[in-house]
Design a protein around this ligand. Sequence first.
Ligand SMILES: Nc1ncnc2c1ncn2[C@@H]1O[C@H](COP(=O)(O)OP(=O)(O)OP(=O)(O)O)[C@@H](O)[C@H]1O
Ligand SMILES: [Mg+2]
Length: 241
Amino acid sequence: MLDVSDLHVSYGNVEAVRGIGMTVRPGRVTLVLGANGAGKTTTLKAVAGLERPHAGKVTLDGTDITGLAPHKIVRRGIALVPEGRRVFSPLTVGENLRMGGYTADRSKATETLDRVNEMFPILAERAGSAAGLLSGGEQQMLAFGRALMSQPSIMLLDEPSMGLAPAVVDSILAKVRQMADSGIGILMVEQNAEAGLDVADDVVAVARGEVVFSGPAAEARDNTSVLRAFLGEAALAGTDD
Ligand SMILES: Nc1ncnc2c1ncn2[C@@H]1O[C@H](COP(=O)(O)OP(=O)(O)OP(=O)(O)O)[C@@H](O)[C@H]1O
Ligand SMILES: [Mg+2]
């Protein structure tokens, strides 16, 4: 279980995250909602060790991992899938996956690759193709697969549906659900609140660096008027009241 408490992160003298807390449990999807600039990406980066919090605590299964170097955090089982996917375009799909496994237990690497290829058959089919030739949705699956190669217990997903066509969004989020159902705890930032709520168990809404709602996804759905007040219309476009 990942536990983030009273996290504070600043850029210079601008405090982007001001006391955010959240919990991610195995097999569950925690959805983070919030308007542009609310501090969502900064929170994920601080958990992943890419930004150093000046206060607060991040624990993984009870162990304090606050401020550890990014590669150490990956080794402990937390994998970040950054916004924009960032696959290595000139490298093949297979090479991208192998790079994702460099921190992992080598004796399990083949087994892990088999599981990734089973979950994402397209990656097996395209193993020898340059990653840059894949569609946006396929590149997102590759980014998921690359993260899975590090054998994570927790995955941090920053806007996985960004820039994808609606039909592709649904298939990507179905994969997110499938990864959670395999036992991984998922912390997902998603601007598409409606699609995100369909696969989420828990919701944390943030505004201006603070948590403004935290609770079960069903409760968040019933609270769209509250969320709208904090997040703005755009974040909830299409969500039923
Ligand atoms: N590297 C940086 N240097 C300075 N300020 C930054 C940096 N990254 C983010 N910020 C600022 O911190 C605040 C939070 O940004 P963050 O990227 O965490 O928001 P976000 O919720 O992910 O937004 P978005 O929906 O646009 O992705 C914003 O005011 C942003 O301008
Ligand atoms: Mg962001």
